[in-house]
Ligand binder design. Structure first.
Ligand code: ADP
Ligand code: MG
Length: 237
């Protein structure tokens, strides 16, 4: 798939630091990323990827870090208005009596507009046949796609997905990848925490590598980095 061009506009993170009982879980002093791209967040289990995502979304208590975009500084409270996170356990995120109602929650407008837009998104993710079904009656993979539909429906500028394709088969992984690329064209910045090399290859155009709470590597989707990422996945499989 053709990648979107990484932009020159900067997305700057400062002082994303998080400690629990004296243990440093996250320590990112300064990180510059391209806006409007799909950024893979890579790293082994327990290194701080989900903590980074929560910090970015302003969901961690007592973090003082800021995000600089469009010449403005966003503290944790302001980042909550900017970011939408699809959590690793999507069961915490599906609240409504039907799939349709869940997706409509994030859409603005009158009932007809909301329904039409929700239907469009659900169709794109190949789950429109479950529109009237209770989300809790769906399989893990289907629930994941409903939660992603909720993210697409939101008006948020920054979308973060925590392992969005775990439990999905290849066809549905490709559909998710296509959706992320579609969303990228609308000017949003997306972060994808993943252990899925195929998802990275399909839709990410930049990566960061986290180890021990720090960003130890980052870069664009070029030949050298593709080789490096391939080696990482081969080693971690
Ligand atoms: N609220 C918390 N209390 C205690 N330990 C935590 C907390 N949040 C994260 N951790 C620890 O921080 C480390 C990073 O966790 P996490 O961000 O979930 O890693 P990843 O998503 O990369 O697997 C892990 O060792 C985890 O146990
Ligand atoms: Mg995690």
């Amino acid at each position: 798939m053709k990648k979107t061009k990484v932009t020159d506009e900067k997305f700057i993170i400062e002082n994303f630091v998080y400690n629990v009982k004296g243990n440093e879980i996250l320590n990112i002093k300064h990180l510059e990323l391209p806006q409007n791209s799909v950024i893979a967040v890579l790293g082994n289990n327990g290194v701080g990827k989900s903590t980074f995502a929560k910090c970015l979304c302003g969901l961690l208590p007592k973090t003082k870090g800021v995000l600089n975009i469009h010449g403005k500084k966003y503290n944790d409270r302001k980042r909550r208005e900017l970011c939408y996170m699809v959590m690793q356990d999507v069961n915490h995120q599906l609240f409504s009596e039907s799939v349709m109602d869940d997706v409509m929650l994030g859409i603005k407008g009158d009932e007809i507009t909301k329904k039409e837009k929700a239907h469009e998104i659900l169709k794109a993710l190949d789950i429109d046949e479950y529109e009237d079904v209770h989300p809790m009656s769906l399989s893990g993979g289907q629930k994941q796609r409903v939660a992603i539909a909720g993210a697409l429906a939101s008006h948020k500028e920054i979308l973060i997905y925590d392992e969005p394709t775990s439990g999905l088969d290849y066809t549905h992984m490709i559909e998710v990848a296509n959706c992320l690329q579609q969303i990228a064209k609308t000017g949003k910045t997306q972060f994808v925490i993943t252990h899925d090399p195929e998802l990275v290859a399909e839709c990410c155009d930049y990566f960061i590598f986290i180890d021990n709470g720090k960003v130890t590597d980052q870069g664009e989707w070029n030949k050298g980095n593709i080789e490096k990422i391939k080696k990482y996945f081969l080693k971690s499989c």
